[in-house]
Design a protein around this ligand. Sequence first.
Ligand code: ADP
Length: 486
Amino acid sequence: MVQYRATLCRNIMLDSLSVFTKSCQRMSPVIKFTFAALIRVGVTASVLGGLVALTIDVTWGVALGALVILAVIGYYAYKLASLSVWLDDPQAATLPDGIGLWADTLGHLYRVIRHERAAQRTLADTLSRFQAAAAALPDGAVMLDNQYNIVWCNPSAETHLAVSLKRDRMQVITYLIRNPEFIHYLDSRNFLEPLVIRLQHNKSAANAASAAATEVILSLQLVAFGDDQMLLLSRDISERERLETIRRDFVANVSHELRTPLTVVTGFLETVAIAGTSNETLLQKSLAHMSVQTARMQHLVEDLLTLSRLEDNRNRLAVSPVNIPELISSLLNDAEQLSNGRHTITKHIDAPWLLANRDEIASAFGNLITNAVRYTPAGGTIHAEWSQASNHAPLVFRVTDNGDGIGAEHLPRLTERFYRVDRGRSRASGGTGLGLAIVKHVLIRHDGHLEIQSSLDTAQHGTTFSAFFPPERAYAVEDRICAVAA
Ligand code: ADP
C-alpha cells in the first residue's frame, strides 16, 4: 500500500514537472522565476510533508508542509526587508547574501552594482581630471545655460570676472558683470568676434574703505555647444594691451623727439637754399645750429641703441673687476668740465672694486653725475660717494646735489623712458629723457636697484640718487681669484 502511494506520488510529481518545464519555455522570465520559486517551496514542503505523512501521520505531514511554506515565506520576507534597507542607503549597510533563488538574485544585483560603481569611479576620475585640466587653464571658461545662468566655471574665470562658483552658481551672468558692452554683446547674439572689455576689480573686499580698484582688460568670446548651452571664454589681455600702449607711446615719443631737430635742420637748409652760400655769417650760423641739432639726434639714437642693448635678454652681461674709485674720479673730471666752475664737486670713496661691466657702469654713473650738474643751478654743490657699510652690506654709489629738488609725484615715474619733470630744461641741456631709464636697466642687469630721494623744502632742497649693488659683487683688490657672477 505504502509502495503504491509512493509510486503514485512520484509519477504525479514527474508528470507535473515535465508539464511545468514545457510551459516554462514559453513563459516570460518573471513568470519563470516566480514559478521556479514556487516549485522549490512546493517541492521542499511536499517532500518533507510527504515523508512525514508516509512514515508517521498525514496530519503531521500536512502540518510540516505548511510550516515549511511559512518558514520559506518568512525567509523571503526577511531577505526582502534587508534588501529594501540596503537599497535605502547602500553606503550604510552591506549587500545582504542569501541561499537558493536569493543567492542568484543578490549575486546578479551585486554584479550590476559592482559594474555601476566601477563606471562611477571612471566617471569621477574623468571628471576630476577634467576639473584639474580646466583649473590649470590660463584662460577662463564659464558654462552657461540658455538663460545665461552660471552652471560652472574654472578658477581663471573666477579671477577674470570676479565671480565665485560657490556663491554665484545659477546666477544670471549679466547681474554679476554689469558692463553695457557685454550685455549688448549677449543681446546681439553675434559671437563670431571676441569682445574686449575693461572691468574694475576691487582688490580688498574685506575693507571697502581701503579697497583699491584695479582694471583688467579682458577678451571675451561666447561659444555655443550641446543642447542650448554656452561656454564663455575669457582671456586677460591687460599685459598685452599695456605693452601695446608702451610701444605706441614709444613710437610717438621718438617721432616727437626727432621732429624738432629735423624741423630746425630743414629750416636752415631752406634758408641757405634761398639766400645762397654768399652770406658767410648766415652760413656759419646755420651750420653751427645744424651741427647742434644733428648732435642731439645722434645722442638720441645712441641712447636708444644703448637702451635696446640693455633690454635685450640675449645680450649676456660680461663682467670683470672694475676699479670704481678710478672710474668715479674720471667721471668727476668730466663733470668739472661740464660744470665749468659753476658748482662745487666733492667725493668720498670708501668701498672696494665692483664685479661689473665697465662700460655699462660708466654709462649709469656718468648719467647720474651729469644730471646733477645739468639740474643744479650755478653755485650749487654736488657730492659723489662710493661706500659699503660692512662686508655684508650692499655697495652704494650715491650722488647728492642741492638743486631745486623734484616733486614727490614725479619720483615713481622718473625712470620711465622720455619722462621729464621740466621738459624745456632737459632739452636745453641736451637731455634725451632716456638717462635714468638706462641707469635703471644697468642696475637691474647687475642685480642692483635705484632709490631716489628729493626735497623741495626751501631750507634743505636737493636730490639724492642711490645705486645699490649686492655685496657679492664686491671685489677686494688683493683677491687673486675673481669669482665672476654673470
Ligand atoms: P634727461 O635726459 O631729460 O635728463 P633723464 O632720464 O636723465 O632724462 O632724467 C629724467 C628727468 O629727471 C629729467 O628730465 C629731470 O627732470 C629729472 N632729473 C634727473 N636728475 C635730476 C636731478 N639731479 N635734479 C633734478 N631733476 C633731475
